[in-house]
Design a protein around this ligand. Structure first.
Ligand code: SF4
Length: 352
């Protein structure tokens, strides 16, 4: 679905350096933009956040180092996104609420691809077992998500973009990002950004109001469409916190989750609107984004060091993935993604 571009509202001047000032088009989450002109610097919100967090970490990721292991929380997040995508595709194709079978089919397709891409992880018994339980949990969670957010799937919500990628030249850098979805209400547009969380903290509203991602997405949408989103709505799916009991199969575990989902859906499905004023946004561009991009550009061009920020070696989700490298120069738990691998992944997704 294409977004109609309207005249830009009076906000900070966009210093686009390319012929285009931005666009929204269908994209995918796996493909890393490959520039024909090697001089173009691409940056995403997550790359900028990593750069802020620790330059050493940003450098390791830039060099292609990825941990052989992956966290269960991240895997659940990817599974949930795959289920949501399956539900969205089914709705787009039929115009009706997605069936449980369509959700299961989409999840199965994702799992097949994930297994092909992660043969080493599939050899780990604990990971295989966790995946079996998480697949059942995610299917049941998506089934209830569809029932909980009826207006998302009955044609009454006016979606203007679903799973879209933006690429925008800005101040000599190509900003890119992925917008989960956008909808229109009374001529205003809203971004709906989906996330999974183990829990939702009491200060979530304040945290999201200052979140770099919130501002970055507003910026991306404004530049790509010329429209300032009314709100960014965080669509949070909370994971089941139960522990598997002795002898409990994945289906039994998911049935226990389903009982809770029926009893208390609002505990597992939260939508938190974040309202940023145009003044707040303008101040962020001037005081945060523009100086940060200058630093990032200098760093990418080799004119700034990649020093360690050891205050971030332990964070709210545990230790940094790269701790063994920094502490012991131990690279045994990592593999280096080749350019060919990144390209092959991009092509695989493009062919879908
Ligand atoms: S372990 Fe610490 S210093 Fe090393 S990359 Fe991670 S945050 Fe940076």
């Amino acid at each position: 679905m294409k977004i109609k571009t309207k005249a830009a509202i009076a906000l900070p001047t966009v210093k686009a350096t390319g012929a285009e000032t931005g666009r929204l088009h269908s994209g995918d989450r796996a493909a890393v933009p490959q520039s024909a002109d090697k001089k173009i610097i691409y940056v995403s919100q997550s790359a900028l956040s990593r750069f802020l967090e620790c330059k050493k970490k940003a450098k390791l990721v830039m060099e292609g180092w990825i941990p052989k292991k992956s966290s269960r929380a991240l895997r659940y997040g990817s599974l949930f996104h795959a289920a949501l995508e399956a539900a969205t595709v089914a709705f787009n194709q039929t115009g009706k609420p997605p069936t449980f079978e369509a959700i299961c089919k989409g999840v199965a397709t994702y799992i097949k691809q994930w297994e092909e891409e992660n043969p080493d992880l599939m050899k780990i018994k604990a990971v295989k077992e966790e995946m079996l339980y998480d697949i059942e949990l995610v299917k049941v969670q998506m089934k209830h998500y569809v029932q909980h957010y009826v207006s998302d799937f009955d044609g009454s919500k006016k979606w203007v973009a679903l799973e879209h990628k933006f690429e925008i030249p800005y101040n000599g850098i190509m900003l890119f990002g992925y917008i989960d979805s956008m909808y229109e209400e009374k001529k205003d547009i809203y971004i709906l950004e989906s996330k999974t969380r183990g829990r939702v903290s009491d200060d979530i509203v304040d945290l999201l109001h200052t979140d770099f991602q919130t501002f970055y997405y507003l910026h991306g949408v404004l530049l790509a469409t010329g429209r300032f989103p009314k709100k960014l709505v965080y669509n949070i799916a909370v994971k089941f916190g139960g522990k598997v009991k002795i002898g409990e199969t994945p289906a039994m575990f998911a049935a226990r989750f389903e009982t809770e989902l029926k009893d208390e859906p609002s505990k597992y499905f939260r939508r938190i609107p974040t309202l940023i004023t145009k003044e707040e946004y303008a101040a962020w561009v001037k005081n945060t984004l523009d100086p940060m991009l200058q630093d990032y550009k200098a760093w990418r061009e080799g004119n700034a060091p990649s020093y360690c920020n050891t205050t971030n070696c332990e964070g709210k989700y545990g230790s940094c993935d790269y701790l063994p490298i920094c502490a012991l120069n131990d690279f045994s738990g990592y593999k280096k993604k080749s350019r060919e691998e990144a390209k092959a992944a991009a092509q695989r997704v493009t062919k879908k």
